[in-house]
Design a binder for this molecule. Structure first.
Ligand SMILES: Nc1ncnc2c1ncn2[C@@H]1O[C@H](COP(=O)(O)OP(=O)(O)OP(=O)(O)O)[C@@H](O)[C@H]1O
Ligand SMILES: Nc1ccn([C@H]2C[C@H](O)[C@@H](COP(=O)(O)O)O2)c(=O)n1
Length: 670
């Protein structure tokens, strides 16, 4: 993992589309192990390829199990009937709990010498209750570092004839899963008694369903005890399909609920054996409109556009509940998610991580030992109009598109995927996005396919070409926000002259640029609390702006300030590098120009109308000098980029130019 990497997500306006889900991690790793423990071969189709399943595949191959790739996420596993060919091995299992726990149990009962280790976080995740249970069956397992935690040393042992064994159910349901899947290796009847309230019950349902597919029916007394009968043997089912991952579905369904929808996920549905499909029902409690077929689920925003807070016991959806925590940002009221103590021993302490990062985007958060309470900033509080979706209701001051900040993900795939949803409020930076490889390597690509960012119309061009006039008119027509980016450079030149900062002192100017407090109120601009007059439009200011704009550090300091203007429902902006640097993903890019002579004449008329003195010849000279500087500088030079449409207004009036842009947008609008 490389925590210095990040992904910038643009502010999102809406979500719609459909996604084919990758295979379920929980099912994939169970199926691989059971296929390995079976006699005969199993063709596994739609297997998830991710870090966690790769760890299981590598582990099994190290143990001598033959796994062949058939292409298209299909694998042929030749089982060893519970007798691993390699009796002495070291397994590295990363941070894959679904590989570590079940392999520990299977190897402890299989008569070989093995060491099992993982990444540092895996060595902080408890395993003592499983080891105690296995020791109760006579297994020889030693801790290689701290008692109760990996890494582990397993040795051949004389297994006891114990008829029952107990295991705690209130720390991780994976302990019970691991025991149940390994018990058939003993060949005799053993009952597992569960101590304490069993958490994450739906994962046990998956375990039982998978064992049944491989020929073993576990007898049970509710959630209290489970019996594997003597003579139980795993039998390869021939061919098995892995369902789509229901936990991964949660991000897309939430996107549909927040961003309007419909968003459809394919690969899970009414027929799913995964508990996390119940996430859809919980999202419905927040007001989302949900439809479900046998193998698909679809989510839309609530009828009134507003999600409502909920108070929920999340024992049945421990992983997908994290998605509700981020959806709560967009809900009216305070959401409480209870019974989530297991979050603390997952990939990271998820309660603490979630609380810390939600606060960064402006939520009020209370965290307890086993709950989290989140108050988002509701549309009512921000006065957002009725007909807008729940998106764009985050505190406008809380944008964190700051190179030094961003959402930390704690090497936890679910943190990264959950927080992509926060982009419905503001642009957001997600640090170490590649941690999603644990379960969903292509997550951000798929997310981008079903989300539409806040549209930007970028109009670049030389001085006095008319781009500001046209941009403002287009913004009014579309009801979009407007940014005159040149004004920022003019303001910086004004502030520098005011403070006596030399126009070539790059470091001081960059500092000034970051500190400037700028407010646009209609036609009026305020700089550091004082209104700025017509001097901002004068040629002296423009010449200063052109000089400071050539400095790399100045441009870098103004980048985030410009991007902050991208708010729903859209932005029209003009300048020199709007389409090339500031908004390279702009929906429509226009290069608006006119001959230098015409521009000088327009500027002359404009200044005269403001009562300012000017001479056309001087203006023409200034414009040419500015063109030269703006096009020849090394930092974001003015030029027509291939993806920008040329609009030469030399012989066009303003109405014609506006029409050109509106038509262009109509063709490109999402
Ligand atoms: N197509 C046009 N035909 C005639 N006049 C125009 C046209 N477009 C703009 N103008 C006029 O030209 C003047 C300069 O336009 P504007 O201020 O919009 O240019 P600009 O490119 O934004 O300039 P700058 O980048 O230097 O601020 C304005 O008075 C505007 O009304
Ligand atoms: N995106 C931008 C906007 C403006 N500038 C520079 C170039 C101009 O000489 C100066 C003033 O701009 P204007 O108000 O005339 O549009 O600021 C830039 O480099 N990049």
């Amino acid at each position: 993992m490389n925590p210095s990497e990040f992904i910038n997500l643009p502010p999102l306006l809406s979500a719609r589309g459909s996604v084919r889900l990758p295979g379920s991690k929980s099912i994939s790793n169970r199926v691989l192990l059971l296929a390995a423990l079976s006699g005969g071969t199993t063709i596994v189709r739609d297997l998830l390829r991710s870090d966690d399943t790769d760890r299981m595949l590598e582990g099994l191959q190290t143990l001598g199990v033959t796994v062949e790739s058939l292409g298209n996420n299909a694998y042929k596993v030749t089982g060893c009937g519970g007798d691993f060919p390699v009796k002495n091995a070291e397994l590295f299992l990363g941070n894959a709990g679904t590989a570590f726990r079940p392999l520990t149990a299977a190897l402890a009962l299989s008569g070989g010498s093995y060491t099992l280790s993982g990444v540092a976080r895996m060595h902080e995740r408890p395993i003592g209750d499983l080891v105690d249970a296995l020791r109760g069956l006579g297994a020889d397992i030693a801790y290689l570092a701290n008692d109760g935690f990996p890494p582990l040393q397993i040795k051949p042992a004389t297994l006891s004839g114990a008829a029952s064994v107990s295991v705690r159910g209130d720390v991780s349901s994976q302990f019970l899963t691991a025991l149940l899947m390994a018990l058939p290796l003993l060949g005799r009847t053993v009952t597992v008694e569960v101590i304490g309230e069993l958490i994450s019950k739906p994962y046990i349902e998956i375990t039982l369903a998978m064992m049944a597919r491989f020929g073993i029916v576990v007898l049970r007394d509710g959630w209290k005890s489970f019996t594997v009968a003597a003579g139980s043997r795993y039998v390869a089912p021939g061919e098995i399909y892995v369902e789509g991952d229901a936990s991964s579905a949660s991000y897309f369904l939430a996107a549909g609920a927040i961003g309007g929808g419909p968003v459809r996920v394919e690969g899970v549905g009414r027929g799913s054996i995964q508990g996390d499909v119940r996430f859809a029902g919980e999202l419905a409690k927040m007001g989302a409109q949900i439809e479900m077929g046998d193998n698909w689920i679809e989510a839309r925003a609530p009828v009134n556009g507003k999600l409502q807070a909920i108070d929920l016991d999340c024992n049945h959806i421990p992983d997908a509940a994290m998605t509700l925590a981020v959806a709560a940002l967009f809900a009216n009221g305070t959401t409480t998610l209870r019974n989530i103590a297991s979050w603390r021993v997952k990939e990271t302490d998820r309660i603490h991580a979630m609380a810390t990062e939600l606060r960064k985007v402006g939520a009020l958060v209370e965290e307890g030992a086993d709950y989290i309470r989140i108050t988002g900033l509701s549309s009512e509080e921000l006065g957002v109009s009725e007909n807008r979706s729940a998106a764009s209701i985050l505190n406008p001051q809380s944008s964190i598109l700051n190179p030094a900040a961003g959402i930390d993900t704690y090497d936890d795939h679910r943190m990264a995927m959950c927080f992509s949803l926060a982009a419905f409020g503001n642009a957001i930076r997600i640090n170490d996005p590649r941690c999603v490889a644990k379960t969903f390597p292509d997550y951000f690509t798929e997310f981008a396919k079903v989300t539409q960012s806040v549209p930007v119309i970028a109009i670049d061009g030389p001085s006095a070409s008319g781009k500001g006039t046209v941009a403002q008119r287009v913004a009014n027509e579309l009801g979009f926000h407007y940014l005159d980016s040149g004004a920022l450079y003019r303001l910086l030149a004004t502030a520098a002259m005011r403070d006596g900062v030399a126009l070539d002192d790059e470091v001081a100017l960059a500092g000034l640029a970051s500190r400037m407090d700028i407010v646009f109120k209609g036609e009026q601009i305020w700089l550091d609390g004082a209104p700025v007059g017509d001097e901002l439009r004068g040629e002296a200011c423009a010449a200063g702006a052109s000089k400071v704009a050539a400095l790399h550090q100045v441009r870098a300091a103004l980048l985030a300030k410009q991007r902050d203007f991208r708010k729903a429902p859209g932005l029209v902006t003009d300048g020199r590098d709007m389409g090339s640097v500031v908004f390279p993903d702009a929906t429509l890019k226009i290069f608006l120009t006119a001959s230098a002579q015409i521009r000088a004449e327009r500027r002359y008329k404009q200044l005269k109308e403001k009562g300012m003195d000017a001479k056309i010849a001087d203006l023409l000279q200034d414009i040419r000098a500015r063109d030269e500087r703006d096009t020849q500088r090394s930092a974001a030079p003015l030029q027509q980029y291939p993806d920008a449409s040329l609009l030469d207004t030399t012989t066009l009036d303003v109405d014609q130019a506006v029409k050109f842009v509106l038509n262009g947008y109509q063709c490109k609008a999402p």
